[in-house]
Design a binder for this molecule. Structure first.
Ligand code: TRP
Length: 453
């Protein structure tokens, strides 16, 4: 912890680089795979409205707090939280936020990489023409045979991990920044292209109605909790990914403005993904309530019957893979920056080390669909347990601690200076971070625990 450490902490080359990288982290399987299907299960437009409300009053203040902690500390989340507690004169136990974050990132990436592997495998299948003219049984068979084949799953899981650590090993500017600078515009271009194709189809009008005409009869208490939980996952909140990205942010950039950009981009892309997926669903007379299989099981079927389906399927799964890739790198970055800054381990080695550890844990997730699918806890396989533990327990807990630390532990003068806010705007952030957001998280948390029952 010395001058050497300070000098070695990197920085994005521009504000835009920070926004693209953070949006790259936020936009992932959560947007393209999960958001459409939970929207489908929760009544469409009404869910969208509630989700937007959750983003605004709970997720926004926490996102701003997390970026702020990162930039103020100019350090990885573990050393950074130690520094910030010293600055605030409070217990060093707040470092727990950093440790929990590194652990959570490791756990999420282990199964995230498996699903990213599915997307990669689907690019190959699409290129092979496996979906052209395929019927429902064939498409279902393709998915089932993928997840029941340990060798294939492990192969694609390995490819996904290799892609991830290759970027991370190359560092902040040469890796994370370069990758997101190329992939984010590409991702947006692909989505707009697919969207354009869909406008002319017969499913477009019903899809718009489904997404934007709220049907409140489907809303229950559960809907609010699902919406709030998803707001965390989709914005990559609560585990230090956004904190470490914030620590590379230039000193003169506005945290609040950047935060709003990230949220707008993430939301716009999630809605756009919905506007690509639902027209395909409706054009083919399918039900929007397909659950988690929506993009892997129904879309190939629909695309296989369409005129440009061969190409659209390839493009669609490239899109999903890119989105997953730019998110995966943010899950391992907190650990890699810690190993480098604390112990001087070179990025290449720390990325490989973290990659091997994560890969190993991921093997259990991959095998939990086949060889060890009989090993369950509370009715969930290993993959399900990991998903549950991280999304429903660790992320909300991390997010709540971040908001509580930022609002109740940091000196007001420090947070106001770092945020560049004063007067009413500062008080608004403070009230949301101090009271509203933690209360909202407590609700998600209780809901998560309730699922045990
Ligand atoms: N936000 C990503 C998605 O929507 C997933 C993700 C990346 C994430 N980094 C994270 C989730 C950190 C929680 C915490 O797919």
């Amino acid at each position: 912890m010395s001058a050497q450490h300070l000098e070695s902490h990197p920085q994005w080359s521009t504000r835009l680089a920070f926004i693209l990288a953070s949006a790259g982290s936020a936009v992932g399987l959560g947007n393209i795979w999960k958001f459409p299907y939970i929207m489908g299960d929760n009544g469409g437009g009404a869910f969208v409205l509630i989700y937007l409300g959750c983003l605004l009053i709970v997720a926004t203040p926490i996102l701003i707090s997390e970026v702020m902690l990162g930039r103020r500390s100019r350090s990885n989340p573990i050393s950074g939280m130690a520094k910030l507690s010293r600055e605030a004169g409070v217990s060093p136990a707040w470092q727990l936020i950093g440790w929990m974050g590194v652990l959570t990132g490791f756990l999420i990436l282990s199964y995230y990489s498996v699903v990213m592997g599915w997307a990669l495998a689907y690019i190959e299948k699409a290129a092979d023409g496996a979906f052209v003219g395929a019927d429902a049984d064939t498409v279902e068979g393709i998915f089932t045979s993928l997840v029941s084949n340990p060798g294939t799953l492990l192969f694609w899981h390995t490819v996904a991990m290799l892609l991830t650590i290759t970027v991370v090993a190359r560092g902040v500017r040469g890796g994370l920044e370069l990758a997101t600078r190329i992939m984010m515009p590409l991702l947006i271009a692909i989505l707009v292209l697919l969207f354009g194709y869909n406008i002319g189809t017969s499913g477009f009008a019903p899809a718009m109605e489904f997404m934007f005409a709220p049907d409140f009869s489907r809303v229950t208490g559960e809907t609010f909790l699902v919406a709030l939980g998803h707001a965390f996952f989709t914005l990559s909140l609560g585990m230090g990914a956004i904190m470490v990205y914030g620590s590379y942010m230039p000193a003169n950039a506005s945290i609040v403005k950047a935060g709003i950009w990230i949220i707008v981009l993430d939301t716009a892309i999630a809605l756009l993904a919905g506007m690509v997926i639902f027209p395909i669903v409706f054009s083919n007379g399918m039900s929007p309530e397909q659950g988690a299989g929506l993009i892997f099981q129904t879309l190939p079927l629909a695309l296989g019957a369409m005129e440009w389906g061969y190409w659209l399927a390839i493009v669609l799964f490239i899109l999903v893979s890119i989105a997953a890739w730019t998110s995966a790198i943010s899950l391992v970055e907190p650990a890699v920056s810690y190993l480098y800054e604390r112990f001087g381990v070179r990025r290449l080695y720390s990325a490989i080390g973290a990659g091997i550890a994560t890969w190993t844990l991921g093997v259990f997730s991959a095998l939990s669909f086949n060889l060890i699918d009989d090993v369950t806890l509370f009715g969930k396989n290993f993959f399900g347990i990991m998903e549950f533990l991280t999304a429903n327990i660790l992320l909300p807990a991390g997010g709540m601690l971040i908001a509580l630390f930022a609002a109740w532990r940091m000196r007001r003068a420090d947070s106001s200076e770092e945020l560049g806010l004063s007067g009413g705007a500062y008080r608004l952030w403070w009230a949301l971070a101090a009271v509203v957001a933690p209360a909202g998280v407590a609700l998600v948390f209780l809901n998560g625990l309730g699922l045990f029952g």
